[in-house]
Design a protein. Structure first.
Length: 244
């Protein structure tokens, strides 16, 4: 399956995340939903995706959360998207197809497109929502508003496979090193991530300021070390992020 799409700006991508459609063709009873668990393999990947473009949506405190994943930008991301879609398909409705969206910006006449999918609402996602999100007031409709945060135990959660999916989602080659975009997080949370990377993988990374927000920089020596750690989990079309 070949997917192509043009770049989206951040605000538009957030809109896609909020409006991702779930095509339901079956219903699970309460016991069936409770019986669905997340394996350790999926958990490790899950952590890396949550640090980048995976979101957990909770519409009501009385409901279970669902996952939403959206991608836009360069065509090589299509293979990465389908890889994530396949890995998380066990949490989706049967025969779910990704939701594609194409539209034109009336101000610029630029055509944009995106692709996304959403999972079932499942109890097994609750623990991750509690770890990675905190409530921040209410929406105009009176529903709880949540913001993504970095768990204090992120050091314990990170693995080579989670680092791989984090880099594929938010990493970029920078000269002989790698930048990890962490624009959405506070400086204290970014410091927590830097400390976790330094301690967990013995790599030298620092926090850099950018006009969009903070970025974590892995220097040349660290990038060479990281390559060996993450390459087994990388989608080939994303090797360019490792300078390969």
């Amino acid at each position: 399956m070949i997917l192509t799409f043009k770049p989206l700006n951040k605000s538009t991508l957030e809109l896609v995340n909020r409006n991702a459609k779930l095509k339901v063709d079956r219903r699970l009873n309460k016991k069936e939903r409770a019986d669905i668990k997340i394996t350790q393999f999926t958990t490790d990947i899950f952590i890396g995706l949550l640090l980048s473009d995976l979101h957990i949506s909770l519409r009501s405190l009385n409901q279970s959360p669902r996952l939403i994943f959206a991608q836009s930008g360069k065509p090589e991301k299509s293979e990465f998207f389908m890889n994530v879609f396949k890995l998380l398909s066990e949490f989706c409705t049967k025969n779910l197809e990704p939701n594609t969206r194409i539209w034109k910006d009336k101000r610029t006449d630029e055509v944009y497109s995106s692709i996304s999918f959403a999972t079932l609402q499942l109890p097994c996602f609750k623990v991750w929502h509690q770890l990675f999100y905190k409530q921040n007031g209410l929406t105009p409709a009176g529903l709880p508003r949540f913001v993504k945060v970095i768990p204090l135990n992120i050091y314990e959660l990170l693995t080579p496979s989670s680092l791989a999916y984090w880099i594929m989602g938010d990493g970029s080659k920078q000269n002989n090193g790698i930048h990890l975009s962490v624009y959405a997080y506070t400086l204290a949370e970014c410091d927590l991530l830097v400390e976790a990377l330094n301690r967990k993988f013995n790599i030298n990374c620092t926090l850099h300021k950018h006009n969009k927000g903070p970025r974590i920089y892995l220097d040349k020596a660290s990038t060479l070390l990281v390559r060996d750690l993450v390459k087994p989990y990388f989608v080939p079309s994303m090797y360019y992020k490792l300078g390969l």
